[in-house]
Write a protein that binds this ligand. Structure first.
Ligand SMILES: *Cc1c(COP(=O)(O)O)cnc(C)c1O
Length: 437
């Protein structure tokens, strides 16, 4: 506590702050949830229901192209989406009364993670604009033509850059290089080896900084600004990325209906989303709110050593504070969540839409990874499984009815190399063997 930087004035509950600093698992309930905000209009004017609707239509226009370049999307006719499954064994094991579902973004095509939603969308928005300036008519032309050499040449004059803890780099890097763009991914010192290798094997340039993620973004943004043929996908600030994540809402609405599950205020859908900068979970939550309104209750989960969105939202400082400012060390094995400073926009969009945030220790995260493997035979990366902490915490929240449907958002995993996954699982099953509710 003594280490809190003196220039930061913190307006938050002392006992909450102490729990964060002591790396205690915590559940923060958002006092502004469901309220109408005086300031809500200044954010709702940029990403709106209309923006998200249009984002879904753009992805549909590109579906014939995506089906051509990523044959694994043929089963869904070029729509990049993941299934929702029931987890009957975990439901029984944890004695949860309502449905327990898992959203399998670990199986998302292209990046094997939730990042395929925002990253691919933003690259496609840029590509469509560039193509339209060069003779492509989005209303009448065939999007499969964009795979032709003449468009690849046009795209090749541009560089697309992104800073990423890993998965966003895979999503943006692979989409950009497939279209013919030069792709450059900037990564922090804790980037995972296999993610770096996979990018390089696909012709993506990788720059590694001997620094944390937040500083890597700042340096990458500055590098891109100097080059007038560079387009920067900004993980901390992009509303296009945010709209791409929000397209999940329409699809989930349909999938839940197809499963025959009723969602209402009495039987709400409680969704547990892992948060790093907060961009992907906020975008998804925003899209779900458009579809389900009051009947969906989003809860984020963060590592006890990286509670960046919690600190930002609970203090109201959002992007203006990082976990390092209060002396938290940021050490976690959840590389997708290893972000000390939250996004510029997530906290604002979530101010009255996020129900709460739970934090989880790395030991429990490993145990949940083991639980998923052992009970449901689902293989996910460590960051992807933390939603289970939210599920456990929800059982003590009075505002969540016993008839609620719970959905764990599994955010990544299918691109993890077999050998790495075997190591993960050996470790995870050990932790799960010692785990008790
Ligand atoms: C990026 C990522 C997240 C969190 O997304 P943010 O936009 O950084 O909040 C969660 N899980 C995985 C596997 C990720 O790669």
């Amino acid at each position: 506590m003594a280490e809190i930087l003196s220039h930061i004035k913190l307006n938050m509950d002392e006992s909450l702050l102490k729990r964060l600093c002591d790396y205690q698992e915590t559940l923060w309930l958002n006092p502004d949830y469901g309220t109408s905000l005086a300031s809500a209009s200044d954010v709702s004017s940029d990403v709106s229901q209309e923006t998200v609707f249009r984002a879904n239509r753009l992805l549909e226009r590109f579906a014939p192209y995506l089906e051509t370049v990523f044959p694994e999307t043929q089963v869904s006719n070029g729509i990049i989406e993941s299934p929702i499954q029931e987890m009957q064994n975990i439901k029984e094991y944890l004695s949860i009364p309502g449905h327990v579902l898992i959203k399998r973004d670990d199986l998302m095509p292209v990046s094997g993670s939730i990042k395929s939603r925002g990253g691919i969308y933003e690259v496609l928005v840029f590509a469509e604009k560039l193509a339209a300036k060069n003779g492509f008519n989005p209303n009448t032309d065939d999007y499969r033509d964009l795979a032709q050499e003449r468009f690849k040449k046009i795209f090749g004059q541009w560089k697309i850059e992104v800073a990423s803890t890993g998965n966003l780099g895979l999503s943006v890097g692979l989409m950009a290089s497939t279209l013919g763009f030069q792709a450059r991914v900037h990564m922090s010192h804790d980037a995972t080896e296999w993610k770096i290798n996979k990018l390089r094997q696909n012709g993506v340039q990788v720059v590694i900084y001997n620094d944390n993620f937040s500083n890597a973004v700042t340096m990458a943004r500055a590098a891109s600004k100097k080059d007038d043929h560079s387009y920067f996908v900004d993980d901390e600030a992009s509303k296009i990325l945010f709209a791409g994540y929000a397209t999940a809402g329409e699809r989930v609405k349909q999938q839940i209906a197809d499963l025959g599950i009723e969602v209402s205020k009495e039987k709400p859908l409680v969704v547990y989303l892992p948060a790093g900068v907060g961009g992907s979970p906020s975008g998804v939550a925003f899209g779900l709110k458009i579809q389900f309104g009051d009947s969906v209750m989003p809860i984020f989960v963060e590592p006890t050593h990286m509670p960046s969105v919690l600190l930002g939202m609970a203090s109201g400082l959002n992007h203006d504070i990082s976990v390092y400012d209060i002396g938290i060390d940021g050490k976690t094995a959840a590389d997708g969540l290893a972000v000390g400073r939250p996004s510029l926009i997530a906290g604002k969009y979530m101010q009255n839409k996020l129900f709460g945030i739970a934090t989880v220790s790395d030991e429990h995260m490993f145990a949940f990874q083991g639980m998923l493997k052992k009970l449901e035979n689902i293989e996910a990366e460590p960051s992807a499984v933390v939603g289970i902490q939210g599920l456990l915490a929800s059982q003590k929240i009075k505002a969540i009815p016993s008839e609620a449907t719970h959905m764990i958002w599994s955010t990544g995993g299918s691109m993890v190399p077999r050998e790495t996954m075997n190591q993960y699982e050996k470790n995870a099953l050990k932790y799960f063997a010692h785990w008790r509710v």
